[in-house]
Design a protein around this ligand. Structure first.
Ligand SMILES: Cc1cc2nc3c(=O)[nH]c(=O)nc-3n(C[C@H](O)[C@H](O)[C@H](O)COP(=O)(O)O)c2cc1C
Length: 154
């Protein structure tokens, strides 16, 4: 699967104490249009998954091509991840929106989960969207890249 290129997201959540959590995640999939449903697959040991389960909400930040550093930060074990980025709470659920690093963000309500091996597939219903600017960051063959300049308009 390492040769399969995807976009890059940071999935964020807030725990019961109001503390932000977030992790880099490339397993985002659009599942159904009716009703709108998306899916992310998170490691069962993930602290972000625990926070997401506590509150039943999460956000998916779609990273732009200038956000490689943020992608690496949120894939690391650093406890101070949110001090290294600019973020603000989303309108509906107050979930961390990485407004400088993402070109769009969807806040979601958890509608189902399915544990498969060492990951949990989390199904979310988008309930709000924030829009930023930029072109997508891509990941594949264990490295980051961007979309060729002439491939998309913006
Ligand atoms: C490009 C990229 C994509 C990743 N995608 C996922 C993913 O889809 N699911 C997952 O569980 N971990 C994924 N990871 C690994 C997590 O970001 C990493 O384990 C993170 O430290 C977990 O944070 P947490 O345990 O504090 O929640 C990815 C890492 C990178 C660099």
């Amino acid at each position: 699967m390492s040769s399969y290129f995807t976009g890059v997201t940071v999935v964020t959540a807030i725990d019961g104490n109001g503390r932000p959590h977030g992790m880099t995640c490339s397993s985002l999939t659009s599942v159904t249009l009716t009703p709108p449903t998306l899916q992310v697959c998170l490691d069962v040991r993930s602290g972000t998954l625990a926070a997401l389960r506590e509150q039943g909400t999460f956000a998916v930040n779609l990273l732009h091509e200038g956000s490689r550093e943020a992608a690496e930060t949120f894939a690391s074990a650093r406890p101070d991840r949110f001090e290294l980025v600019t973020w603000r709470p989303s309108k509906r659920h107050g979930l961390p929106w990485l407004c400088d690093d993402s070109y769009a963000m969807a806040e979601c309500r958890v509608v189902d989960t399915l544990t498969v091996g060492d990951h949990v597939a989390v199904f979310g219903r988008p309930v709000g969207v924030e829009n930023g600017v930029g072109r997508p960051l891509l990941y594949g063959r264990r490295g980051f890249t961007g979309v060729p300049a002439d491939a998309i308009a913006s």
